[in-house]
Design a protein around this ligand. Structure first.
Ligand SMILES: Cc1ncc(COP(=O)(O)O)c(C=O)c1O
Length: 488
């Protein structure tokens, strides 16, 4: 029972036991008490309220005499379920005082579609989703050990203290030495900011760099969540087309304040930005004063050849802002990522973050640092990459074998295939029809920045689905595609 439920007024003329009784009676009437749970003992309630046990006993006796409360042998006192409807409750006016619809601020992204994630996705036999992981690949045992170790000396202070705006120095060190170097990036500790995922990195950049007068360039099709975040700052978006070699550099970046892109595996097509285009974009950005934001969300997952170095690694000025995440490996539910940028910018982002959430949870940061230091992070990553490669290969073969239209070679990376159906295929119908047959796929039209987006694309993710479900799932999807294509 909440302690605040019973308020005792020691100066009232009403006897204390009556006040207690009235408060409990009211609590019963408004449904505060769970009929399945024992009421507090007279000893406990007397201590909580600072009154004598006699006072409580008297109150309970009256409630029992009137049938509100009943005593169950060897279990204690419970409220009487049958009495509830008879309790006198004052009719409460539940109409809100405030017109919330009018009061809640309307952001400029209000009309934009959202990436939808079904909470019950794991119950579907064929979840072809890119934004979820196969939970069986999470290194649960090592993670549990790291979480435990992070609560003992010498780690416990970093896990539990209020760090204000600071990050865990051990995690920053691990990110710099073990993750950034693999991407060809050198950064000082004050150039790294730990985030609660790339999404927070984007939000902070929006808060610090963007406003209603700014223009943001984005890949078209591109990452819908980034579009929401940028639009919410009031900035204007301009879409830049994408082809098989990634974003096509425009004639110039003049007038573009910030360019957001996904060079390793373009989201959602998975194309890798060619080296020539990377150099051209850096040249254009330097000449136009454009801030480049590189979202390197799943570069670990390259299945042929070696990963291309990060765009940031090519930028001698150090101005490119880099976003990394632990959402693709280890898990999106952990909500951890990092941002690398020039010291001055990182400082401003840190200050902005301090007034949003101070810092990401210290315990998680230290546990992750320990996981990387132990070598288990990279061992698990290698295992996961090998598993994903098998899934990528099975998915490519299955779509080639079963879908009715010719398939292109798919880029050897990422966690999804970007599908281009015949022009008459309606991805919305396909998604809805597939869901009824137990298959989850994503519609492609939501990723386009254009007014009237093409509807014949869809996305098949293979990170969450089990290896053995891929072929039967694609075979069934091919049947659904045939049905949808065969309809008038
Ligand atoms: C393009 C892109 N960037 C970043 C992320 C990861 O975001 P976060 O780190 O906030 O989970 C995703 C996840 O789906 C993504 O698709």
């Amino acid at each position: 029972m909440p302690r605040t439920l019973i308020e005792i007024d020691r100066f009232s003329d009403e006897p204390l036991y009556r006040q207690v009784r009235r408060a409990i009676e009211h609590g019963i009437a408004i449904g505060t008490f769970d009929p399945a749970r024992r009421l507090p003992s007279s000893r406990q309630l007397a201590t909580d309220l600072g009154v004598s046990r006699n006072t409580i006993n008297l109150a309970y006796q009256e409630l029992m005499a009137e049938g509100y409360v009943e005593s169950k042998e060897r279990s204690g006192l419970f409220i009487n379920r049958d009495m509830r409807p008879r309790c006198a409750v004052q009719e409460r006016d539940t109409r809100p005082r405030i017109d919330w619809g009018g009061r809640v601020r309307r952001f400029p992204d209000a009309g934009l579609a959202h990436i939808e994630k079904r909470a019950d996705w794991a119950r579907y036999p064929y979840p072809f989703l890119a934004g979820q992981v196969d939970v069986t690949t999470f290194p649960a045992r090592s993670w549990t050990r790291c979480l435990r170790d992070a609560l003992y000396r010498p780690h416990v202070f970093h896990s539990l203290q209020d760090s204000l705006g600071s990050d865990d120095p051990m995690l920053v060190d691990m990110v710099r030495r073990h993750l950034l170097t693999a991407r060809g990036i050198e950064a000082g500790p004050d150039e790294v900011l730990i985030t609660v995922g790339s999404q927070q990195g984007l939000d902070l950049l929006g808060r610090v760099l963007l406003g209603p007068d700014q223009v943001v360039g984005m890949e078209n099709p591109g990452y819908l969540d980034a579009r929401h975040i940028f639009l919410r700052t009031g900035a204007r978006l301009t879409g830049i087309d994408v082809d098989a070699a990634g974003l096509r550099p425009p004639a110039s970046l003049d007038g573009v304040d910030l360019l957001y892109l996904t060079p390793s595996h373009q989201h959602p097509t998975n194309a890798t930005l060619s080296i020539g285009r990377r150099r051209e974009l850096l040249r254009q950005a330097a000449s136009a004063g454009t801030v480049i934001v590189e979202d390197d969300y799943d570069s670990e997952f390259r299945y042929q050849g070696s990963p291309t170095p990060a765009l940031k690694a090519l930028d001698g000025t150090g101005d490119t802002v880099y976003l990394g995440t632990f959402s693709k490996f280890l898990s999106p539910g952990l909500r951890l990522g990092y941002l690398v940028g020039p010291r001055e910018l990182a400082g401003a982002l840190r200050e902005a973050r301090r007034y949003v959430l101070r810092h990401p949870p210290g315990h998680l940061q230290r546990a992750l640092a320990l996981l990387i230091e132990s070598g288990e992070y990279h061992r698990s990553l290698r295992r996961y990459r090998a598993k994903l490669m098998r899934k990528w290969s099975a998915t490519c073969t299955a779509v080639t074998d079963h879908l009715a239209w010719p398939q292109p070679p798919y880029p050897p990376g990422g966690v999804s295939l970007w599908m281009t159906g015949p022009p008459e295929l309606d991805c919305r119908r396909l998604v809805a029809r597939a869901e009824r047959r137990g298959i989850l796929i994503e519609p492609g039209d939501i990723f386009f920045l254009t007014e009237d987006p093409p509807r014949h694309h869809f996305r098949i993710g293979f990170s969450a689905i089990s290896q053995r479900s891929i072929v039967p799932g694609i075979r069934l999807l091919a049947e659904v595609c045939d049905e949808v294509l065969g309809e008038p």
